[in-house]
Ligand binder design. Structure first.
Ligand SMILES: [Zn+2]
Ligand SMILES: [Zn+2]
Length: 226
Protein backbone atom coordinates (compact mmCIF):
# COMPACT_ATOMS: atom_id res chain seq x y z
CA UNK A 1 0.00 0.00 0.00
CA UNK A 2 2.67 2.44 1.11
CA UNK A 3 5.01 1.44 -1.70
CA UNK A 4 2.28 1.88 -4.33
CA UNK A 5 1.61 5.34 -2.90
CA UNK A 6 5.30 6.18 -3.18
CA UNK A 7 5.25 4.95 -6.79
CA UNK A 8 2.57 7.54 -7.53
CA UNK A 9 4.34 10.42 -5.85
CA UNK A 10 8.00 9.93 -6.72
CA UNK A 11 9.45 10.21 -10.22
CA UNK A 12 11.19 7.10 -11.59
CA UNK A 13 14.68 6.53 -10.27
CA UNK A 14 17.20 4.13 -11.81
CA UNK A 15 17.47 0.80 -9.99
CA UNK A 16 21.11 0.56 -11.09
CA UNK A 17 22.56 3.98 -10.18
CA UNK A 18 19.70 5.99 -8.54
CA UNK A 19 19.68 8.67 -11.27
CA UNK A 20 16.24 10.26 -11.55
CA UNK A 21 14.33 9.88 -14.83
CA UNK A 22 13.88 6.17 -15.63
CA UNK A 23 13.64 2.85 -13.75
CA UNK A 24 16.70 1.65 -15.68
CA UNK A 25 18.66 4.54 -17.18
CA UNK A 26 20.37 4.54 -20.59
CA UNK A 27 23.82 4.61 -18.99
CA UNK A 28 23.11 1.50 -16.93
CA UNK A 29 21.50 -0.24 -19.93
CA UNK A 30 24.74 0.17 -21.89
CA UNK A 31 26.80 -1.12 -18.92
CA UNK A 32 24.70 -4.28 -18.47
CA UNK A 33 26.76 -7.26 -19.61
CA UNK A 34 24.92 -9.59 -21.98
CA UNK A 35 26.07 -13.21 -21.77
CA UNK A 36 28.77 -13.88 -24.37
CA UNK A 37 28.60 -16.58 -27.01
CA UNK A 38 29.42 -19.39 -27.09
CA UNK A 39 26.75 -20.55 -24.68
CA UNK A 40 25.82 -24.08 -23.72
CA UNK A 41 22.78 -24.82 -25.88
CA UNK A 42 21.05 -26.55 -23.00
CA UNK A 43 21.74 -24.48 -19.85
CA UNK A 44 22.83 -21.19 -21.42
CA UNK A 45 26.09 -20.99 -19.45
CA UNK A 46 29.07 -19.25 -21.03
CA UNK A 47 31.39 -22.00 -22.23
CA UNK A 48 34.80 -22.18 -23.94
CA UNK A 49 33.49 -23.62 -27.19
CA UNK A 50 30.00 -24.20 -28.57
CA UNK A 51 28.52 -27.60 -27.75
CA UNK A 52 25.06 -28.98 -27.22
CA UNK A 53 25.59 -29.73 -23.52
CA UNK A 54 28.28 -28.57 -21.05
CA UNK A 55 27.74 -31.58 -18.81
CA UNK A 56 24.54 -30.10 -17.36
CA UNK A 57 22.29 -32.82 -18.76
CA UNK A 58 23.02 -35.08 -15.78
CA UNK A 59 21.66 -32.56 -13.26
CA UNK A 60 19.15 -30.63 -15.38
CA UNK A 61 16.99 -33.55 -16.45
CA UNK A 62 13.57 -31.91 -16.45
CA UNK A 63 14.54 -28.54 -17.94
CA UNK A 64 14.72 -28.65 -21.72
CA UNK A 65 16.54 -25.30 -21.80
CA UNK A 66 17.69 -22.62 -19.38
CA UNK A 67 18.22 -19.05 -20.53
CA UNK A 68 19.15 -15.80 -18.83
CA UNK A 69 19.24 -12.34 -20.36
CA UNK A 70 22.30 -10.88 -18.70
CA UNK A 71 25.14 -11.51 -16.24
CA UNK A 72 24.36 -10.88 -12.56
CA UNK A 73 26.84 -8.06 -12.03
CA UNK A 74 27.14 -4.26 -12.21
CA UNK A 75 23.94 -2.21 -12.51
CA UNK A 76 21.73 -5.26 -12.96
CA UNK A 77 22.86 -6.70 -9.63
CA UNK A 78 21.92 -3.44 -7.89
CA UNK A 79 18.61 -3.26 -9.76
CA UNK A 80 17.66 -6.85 -8.89
CA UNK A 81 18.55 -6.30 -5.23
CA UNK A 82 16.35 -3.18 -5.10
CA UNK A 83 13.57 -5.00 -6.94
CA UNK A 84 13.61 -8.00 -4.61
CA UNK A 85 14.61 -6.68 -1.20
CA UNK A 86 13.63 -2.99 -1.31
CA UNK A 87 10.29 -3.46 -3.02
CA UNK A 88 11.03 -1.48 -6.21
CA UNK A 89 8.20 -3.25 -8.04
CA UNK A 90 8.32 -0.93 -11.04
CA UNK A 91 11.58 -2.56 -12.06
CA UNK A 92 9.58 -5.63 -13.12
CA UNK A 93 8.83 -3.95 -16.48
CA UNK A 94 12.38 -3.11 -17.63
CA UNK A 95 13.78 -6.35 -16.20
CA UNK A 96 11.15 -8.48 -17.97
CA UNK A 97 11.89 -6.59 -21.18
CA UNK A 98 15.54 -7.70 -21.03
CA UNK A 99 14.41 -11.29 -20.62
CA UNK A 100 11.80 -11.05 -23.39
CA UNK A 101 14.44 -9.70 -25.79
CA UNK A 102 16.74 -12.66 -25.09
CA UNK A 103 13.96 -15.23 -25.50
CA UNK A 104 12.81 -13.68 -28.77
CA UNK A 105 16.37 -13.52 -30.16
CA UNK A 106 16.79 -17.21 -29.36
CA UNK A 107 13.43 -18.06 -30.87
CA UNK A 108 12.19 -19.63 -27.64
CA UNK A 109 8.47 -19.73 -27.05
CA UNK A 110 6.00 -21.62 -24.87
CA UNK A 111 2.26 -21.99 -24.43
CA UNK A 112 2.21 -20.94 -20.81
CA UNK A 113 4.27 -19.03 -18.26
CA UNK A 114 4.58 -19.97 -14.59
CA UNK A 115 6.45 -18.14 -11.80
CA UNK A 116 8.77 -19.82 -9.31
CA UNK A 117 6.68 -19.69 -6.12
CA UNK A 118 7.87 -18.37 -2.79
CA UNK A 119 7.02 -20.24 0.36
CA UNK A 120 3.90 -18.53 1.81
CA UNK A 121 5.84 -17.37 4.88
CA UNK A 122 8.45 -15.61 2.77
CA UNK A 123 5.79 -14.16 0.49
CA UNK A 124 4.08 -12.72 3.56
CA UNK A 125 7.22 -11.13 4.96
CA UNK A 126 8.28 -9.72 1.57
CA UNK A 127 4.77 -8.65 0.60
CA UNK A 128 5.12 -9.83 -3.00
CA UNK A 129 6.72 -12.51 -5.15
CA UNK A 130 9.28 -10.97 -7.51
CA UNK A 131 8.99 -13.90 -9.94
CA UNK A 132 5.21 -13.37 -10.18
CA UNK A 133 5.69 -9.73 -11.15
CA UNK A 134 8.28 -10.69 -13.78
CA UNK A 135 6.00 -13.41 -15.15
CA UNK A 136 3.08 -11.00 -15.52
CA UNK A 137 5.23 -8.47 -17.37
CA UNK A 138 6.86 -11.13 -19.51
CA UNK A 139 3.50 -12.69 -20.29
CA UNK A 140 2.09 -9.34 -21.41
CA UNK A 141 5.05 -8.74 -23.72
CA UNK A 142 5.22 -12.23 -25.21
CA UNK A 143 1.54 -13.13 -25.24
CA UNK A 144 2.02 -15.99 -22.77
CA UNK A 145 -0.96 -17.19 -20.79
CA UNK A 146 -1.06 -18.72 -17.32
CA UNK A 147 -2.36 -22.27 -16.89
CA UNK A 148 -5.27 -22.95 -14.54
CA UNK A 149 -3.95 -24.25 -11.24
CA UNK A 150 -0.76 -23.30 -9.46
CA UNK A 151 2.76 -24.38 -8.74
CA UNK A 152 3.29 -24.41 -4.97
CA UNK A 153 6.30 -24.64 -2.72
CA UNK A 154 5.36 -27.48 -0.40
CA UNK A 155 8.18 -26.97 2.06
CA UNK A 156 10.29 -24.00 3.11
CA UNK A 157 13.90 -24.26 1.98
CA UNK A 158 16.89 -22.34 3.35
CA UNK A 159 18.26 -19.77 0.85
CA UNK A 160 20.54 -21.26 -1.82
CA UNK A 161 23.12 -18.47 -1.55
CA UNK A 162 26.61 -19.53 -0.49
CA UNK A 163 26.19 -23.25 -1.11
CA UNK A 164 27.61 -25.53 -3.78
CA UNK A 165 25.78 -27.15 -6.65
CA UNK A 166 25.04 -30.48 -4.96
CA UNK A 167 23.77 -28.84 -1.77
CA UNK A 168 21.47 -26.58 -3.82
CA UNK A 169 20.14 -29.52 -5.78
CA UNK A 170 19.32 -31.49 -2.63
CA UNK A 171 17.89 -28.43 -0.88
CA UNK A 172 15.14 -27.85 -3.44
CA UNK A 173 14.51 -31.39 -4.70
CA UNK A 174 10.85 -32.25 -4.17
CA UNK A 175 10.11 -28.77 -2.78
CA UNK A 176 7.48 -27.97 -5.44
CA UNK A 177 4.21 -29.49 -6.51
CA UNK A 178 1.76 -28.76 -9.32
CA UNK A 179 -1.77 -28.36 -8.00
CA UNK A 180 -4.28 -28.09 -10.80
CA UNK A 181 -5.54 -29.79 -13.93
CA UNK A 182 -3.25 -32.03 -15.98
CA UNK A 183 -0.93 -29.80 -18.04
CA UNK A 184 -1.82 -31.60 -21.26
CA UNK A 185 1.66 -31.74 -22.75
CA UNK A 186 1.85 -27.97 -23.17
CA UNK A 187 5.23 -26.23 -23.23
CA UNK A 188 5.90 -24.02 -20.22
CA UNK A 189 8.24 -21.16 -19.41
CA UNK A 190 9.22 -21.19 -15.73
CA UNK A 191 10.37 -17.72 -14.65
CA UNK A 192 12.70 -16.49 -11.89
CA UNK A 193 14.76 -13.38 -11.24
CA UNK A 194 18.22 -14.94 -10.87
CA UNK A 195 19.68 -18.34 -11.81
CA UNK A 196 22.94 -19.74 -10.49
CA UNK A 197 23.14 -23.51 -10.95
CA UNK A 198 19.52 -23.73 -12.14
CA UNK A 199 18.62 -26.09 -9.29
CA UNK A 200 15.44 -24.22 -8.29
CA UNK A 201 14.17 -23.96 -11.88
CA UNK A 202 15.00 -27.66 -12.36
CA UNK A 203 12.99 -28.63 -9.25
CA UNK A 204 10.06 -26.56 -10.56
CA UNK A 205 10.38 -28.18 -13.98
CA UNK A 206 10.28 -31.64 -12.37
CA UNK A 207 7.00 -30.72 -10.65
CA UNK A 208 5.50 -29.36 -13.89
CA UNK A 209 6.56 -32.46 -15.83
CA UNK A 210 4.99 -34.62 -13.12
CA UNK A 211 1.87 -32.51 -13.59
CA UNK A 212 1.75 -33.50 -17.26
CA UNK A 213 3.53 -30.62 -19.01
CA UNK A 214 5.50 -30.83 -22.23
CA UNK A 215 9.00 -29.27 -22.46
CA UNK A 216 9.84 -26.76 -19.73
CA UNK A 217 12.17 -23.83 -20.42
CA UNK A 218 13.77 -22.05 -17.48
CA UNK A 219 14.07 -18.26 -17.87
CA UNK A 220 15.85 -15.94 -15.45
CA UNK A 221 16.67 -12.26 -15.90
CA UNK A 222 20.25 -12.69 -14.72
CA UNK A 223 22.78 -15.48 -14.46
CA UNK A 224 25.36 -15.67 -11.74
CA UNK A 225 28.52 -16.54 -13.67
CA UNK A 226 30.86 -18.76 -11.68
ZN1 LIG B 1 21.33 3.96 -14.02
ZN1 LIG C 1 25.07 -26.60 -19.90
Amino acid sequence: MLSSLIDLILPPRCGGCLTVGAWLCDGCCTRIRRLQEPLCRRCGAEVESARPDCGCRRRLRSLARLRSAVAYEGPIEHALQRFKYKGWRKLAGPLALLLAERLVVEGLAASWAVAVPLHPERARSRGFNQSELLTSELGARMGLRRPHGRLVRIRATPPQVGHDRLWRQNNVRGAFNWQGPHLAGRSILIVDDVATTGATLEACAAALRAGGSGPVIGAAVARVTV
